[in-house]
Design a protein around this ligand. Sequence first.
Ligand code: SF4
Length: 264
Amino acid sequence: MEQNKDLSVKGRIFDIQQFSTHDGPGIRTIVFLKGCLLRCRWCCNPESQEYAIQTMIRNGKSETIGRDVTVGEIFETVKKDLIYYRRSGGGLTLSGGEMLCQSDFSLALLRTCKNYGINTAVETTLSTPFDMIEPLIPYVDTFLVDIKHMNSAKHEEFTTMKNELILQNARRVSAVAKRFVVRVPVIPGFNDTPEEIGAIAEFAKSLKGVEEMNLLPYHRLGYDKYVGLGREYKMGDVPSPDKDKMQSLKSVAERVGIKVNIGG
Ligand code: SF4
């Protein structure tokens, strides 16, 4: 009965990508949800941040961003690639935006997939109260959690939100999650120092059950979307960190005693 009810739960998404090899193991279908509580200056999906359906200019054409769907509709798409998930260990990933902004929809979709034997992952900042996260935990195989900065004032300056709740949630979720990966967007002028990456690695190492940390180099791929939305791109002309810089930050984090990947 619960399963039937789940299929009719409504949510708002802005994209679905099939055959992705990012954001979780194997071949995956990634569902991008609308809405986020943060406003990170470097966000490469600015069209995800507002829950409202928007218009964006892309390649000179006006495009509607966001559509309302049911869990049942999305599940039909996710199910199509079952054979690839089985061969590769892949499955569904919820991304955004912040999937916790639509926690009822996320729960219903994750539960539907798990009941069908599909692997699940979520990409999240854990920026909501814990009681919105807790019901999802049994239905998530991999939590991919962004930890952006250990200093709360700096975190707020660059993302508009302090970090205390995020760090507290990371401690609580990692203690019970099946798999928990810390992801760090490496942002020039924000957290790209050995001291800061070392501090985040120390935090990641202190979390129960966390074995892996991913460093994600900043890129400018979202720039055109800001233009298309009529918004200012606050990162200006800041270049991406080069390979040597990423390697040296990786070494810093590895010295803390945690497995580190660049990308992921
Ligand atoms: S948390 Fe993610 S989706 Fe939200 S503003 Fe930051 S980078 Fe964008």
